[in-house]
Design a protein around this ligand. Structure first.
Ligand code: ZN
Length: 441
């Protein structure tokens, strides 16, 4: 059996490590294309051997087309005295993402048609995009909007929207079988932390921890721009998607919110059961949400032509926290210990997937005598023997070749790690043998 969990000390240092990666990535202005994405992939690539892909503008991907590439040099609104009252360099959220180049002078009333605010949170700057409709604009706090005096305003948006490419990163850790686990996060948001730098940091750490381990599944890590990135990846890799046996979209894993698991479209895939099993036994409060065709890239992975077993494991989820898509989703909202907890839950889910197997009881006629095999003495004894009598009895009773360890944990309503520990002890005592590993559960 494989052990993938980190201890307290390991988790604490992983939490700090992920937070520092977020700090490093935070200032970069990202979008669905452009140099900010490349710079982000380059930084991720210093930590894991990332393969980088560039898909040219105009390439058809299913019903979509790779858009023009967008890059920003500068953007501001200056008053008649030449003072920058709105400045992209101070906060990259100020610029409507994908704004076309502009150099003009406007009245306040004309300018206001291009300003976006959040009246319900008057101090926060909203995050807005216009990827697929050519437009320009600025996002500011509502308080600033109300304080702008009548004036002639110079608007300068020094951006380029040209033939280029869409960039994404991919890293694959091979396993012992051809079957794969897909882990996917989006990399297209500018200075926003929980959505989406937390996902990038967690996936990078996870890749570091899985690398070099003997694994049953191959692990495919995708760092892609939201929507167009997953569509692009699916269009280019359609033939290999049947190898994906489990998958998770990794988002919003750095805040203090309770965990949320959004099920795959199938609703009862092994990944759905695995995530539920771990949350049920590891957390006091959590939310389980059935699939709906909105949210993040699970929308593409779970489109009917693919219907992949891909769920999404997050803390506060898509659009459900007030700071979502605002300047308040910053370095204060995400916390090292929250990132560490999220990593722990992800590792537990992966540990379950890796160890879920079907075993066969070698002594199925009446209960074997556990005492003479030393299995009673270990019960509740030393640390490291994390199994108890009930777990042993459940495993012995249900290892009839029909139940995987996950099924046994569900039926016994016990934590997977206890069932796993009991199975290991019974294997060591010669009472269980694994069946050849086919897709089980
Ligand atoms: Zn978002």
């Amino acid at each position: 059996m494989i052990e993938l969990l980190q201890d307290e000390t390991g988790l604490r240092s992983s939490g700090q490590w992920m937070y520092e990666l977020i700090e490093e990535l935070f200032p970069i202005c990202r979008s669905i294309t452009g140099n900010g994405v490349r710079q982000t992939l380059e930084i991720i690539g210093r930590n894991i051997p990332l393969e980088r892909h560039e898909v040219p503008t105009g390439t058809p991907v299913f019903d979509w087309t790779i858009p023009k590439e967008w890059n920003v040099t500068d953007a501001y609104v200056a008053n008649s005295r030449g003072e920058r009252v709105i400045d992209f360099r101070r906060n990259n959220l100020h610029l409507l993402n994908y704004s076309i180049p502009v150099d003009t002078t406007l009245s306040l009333a004309e300018l206001k048609k291009h300003l976006h605010t959040l009246p319900e949170h008057p101090d926060w700057i909203p995050y807005r995009t216009s990827y697929y409709r050519e437009n320009w604009g600025f996002c500011i706090s509502h308080r600033q909007l109300e304080s702008l005096p009548e004036d002639r305003y110079r608007v300068v948006i020094d951006t380029t929207l040209e033939e280029g490419a869409l960039s994404y990163g991919e890293y694959f850790i091979p396993g012992e079988t051809e079957q794969e686990v897909l882990l996917s996060c989006h990399i297209c948001h500018p200075s926003l932390c929980n959505d989406n730098l937390s996902g990038i940091a967690l996936m990078t750490r996870l890749a570091q921890l899985l690398r070099g381990k003997r694994l049953r599944y191959g692990y495919r890590f995708l760092f892609i721009p939201g929507t167009i990135g997953s569509i692009t990846w699916l269009a280019r890799n359609e033939a290999s998607t049947p190898r994906i046996r489990h998958g998770l979209v990794v988002v919003c894993v750095g805040d203090e919110g309770a965990f949320t698991y959004k099920r795959s479209r199938r609703g009862n895939a092994v990944i759905d059961r695995a995530a539920e099993q771990i949350l049920r036994h590891e957390r006091d409060t959590f939310r389980l949400v059935d699939f709906y065709p909105y949210g993040y890239d699970e929308r593409q992975y779970c489109s009917p032509g693919f219907d992949l077993p891909v769920g999404s494991l997050s803390r506060s989820s898509h659009g459900s926290y007030p700071e979502y898509h605002t300047s308040a989703d910053n370095l204060d909202l995400v916390k090292p210990h929250c990132l560490a907890e999220s990593l722990d839950i992800y590792l537990q889910v992966i540990d379950l997937l890796e160890n879920d197997a079907v075993y066969l009881n070698q002594n199925p006629k009446c209960e074997p005598q556990l005492g003479k095999r030393g299995l009673y003495r270990a019960i509740g004894a030393t640390a490291g023997h994390d199994f108890d009598e009930m777990a042993l009895l459940w495993v012995l009773n249900l290892t009839d070749g029909e139940h995987s360890l996950l099924s046994i944990a569900e039926r016994a309503d016990m934590p997977f790690r206890k069932i796993k520990a009991a199975a290991r002890a019974l294997v060591d005592a010669g009472l269980l043998k694994p069946l050849p590993q086919e897709e089980s559960s």
